[in-house]
Write a protein that binds this ligand. Structure first.
Ligand SMILES: [Zn+2]
Length: 365
């Protein structure tokens, strides 16, 4: 039912139209490909519309997403199912539906959004560029075309990455200096979060971030001279002797329980290994966003949006897993999937599930 009304979300009808057009186009292309060359062994489709709609539509994100799934995506998937049926391979087809993240409800205004450049108040750019000790003031990349810069932010809602360049050799391909670059920057965030002030910019007010950050994570890639391996630890400020202090994530969490930060240490370690290791920030900022029950108490990094993701909150982490095999009894499908994954499957288990399901698939010669 593509024409279903959106009830109270009607005023955001243009957002619905944009989202629906994205998913409609994806399914249209899949169907024309099937009609041209037959049903492939594996077909992957990414539906971006739900994400777009949830970010920009006011109201409880679960309710908003359900309304979109019903009024838009359900119909599109139905068209795809019909196309597969028409090729006579339905009893040899398995459908796996999974999401890459959930959504956490947020308040879409400048008070809750921590951005690179504030509209009226000073935000991350001003704080980062106030860090001048140990080698000249940082210059953050604040426009797409800016060619020369020494700091980069990756603002992704429930988490922010801060990348700092080694100001001794100005080489982005090499790890930054741990103490002089990474910890110097972490300390600016720590001070501003604690007091709204930073000693490197005494006259400036950084209230935009005061009390909004839950954890500041850093990692020492300098000692090992590689991005792959060094774990993130929690930055806890300077001691009385002026030395930077850090603590392991498990130890910090033992002192400051965060029951909603599911499997945090394990998941953080995943960011420091393999192909993603060189892409994660020198500093990770975790906003107060995961444990706060009231969206009004949550802060996030990036654009002002009605819901966000990208963090370690429960709402960001819990995702659906739907497996349907029209040609097989439900109990057989359940047994097949269960044999591959633990009682609580992780997103990373999905490839294993697909490989298992393919055992029954026809192979194209
Ligand atoms: Zn998104």
């Amino acid at each position: 039912m593509l024409t279903a009304t959106l009830g109270s979300y009607g005023s955001r009808g243009n957002v619905y139209a944009e989202a629906n057009a994205i998913d409609q186009t994806a399914v249209d292309r899949a169907i024309s490909s099937i009609n041209e060359t037959g049903v492939p062994n594996i077909l992957t489709l990414y539906f971006m519309g739900n994400d777009h709609y949830a970010h920009k539509t006011a109201g409880d994100s679960d309710v908003v997403q359900r309304s979109y799934l019903k009024s838009s995506l359900d119909g599109h998937i139905g068209r795809l199912v019909t196309a597969i049926e028409q090729h006579g391979v339905m009893d040899k087809t398995a459908f796996v539906i999974v999401a890459d993240h959930g959504h956490t409800n947020t308040v879409a205004d400048a008070d809750h959004a921590i951005e690179l450049e504030g509209r009226s108040n000073m935000e991350l750019e001003y704080l980062i560029e106030s860090v001048c000790e140990n080698g000249g003031c940082y210059d953050v990349k604040d426009t797409l075309l800016e060619a020369s810069y020494s700091a980069v932010t990756g603002l992704n809602g429930g988490m922010a990455y801060i990348y700092v360049r080694n100001r001794a050799n100005d080489d982005w391909t090499k790890p930054a200096r741990y103490e002089k670059d990474v910890l110097a920057m972490a300390n600016a965030f720590y001070q501003a979060n604690q007091t709204g002030r930073y000693s490197g910019a005494a006259a400036k007010n950084f209230d935009f971030i005061k009390g909004r950050v839950d954890m500041i994570l850093v990692r020492d890639t300098e000692s090992s001279n590689t991005f792959d391996g060094p774990p993130y630890v929690v930055y806890t400020g300077k001691n009385a002797q002026g030395q930077h202090q850090t603590e392991s994530v498990p130890s910090w969490l033992a002192r400051n329980p965060r029951p909603g930060y599911l499997r945090m240490d394990e998941r953080l370690q995943g960011l420091t290994r393999g192909h993603s290791a060189s892409r994660t920030g020198d500093i990770i900022l975790i906003p107060k966003y995961g444990e706060e029950a009231d969206p009004d108490d949550r802060s996030y990094f990036g654009e002002e949006l009605e819901s966000w993701h990208g963090g370690i909150s429960q709402d960001d982490l819990k995702i659906p897993l739907i497996v349907a095999r029209p040609g097989a009894p439900k109990s057989a499908t359940f047994a097949k999937v269960s044999s591959e994954v633990s009682a609580i499957p992780m997103h990373s288990d999905v490839p294993k599930i697909i490989l298992k399901l393919l055992e029954d698939a026809p192979r194209r010669q």
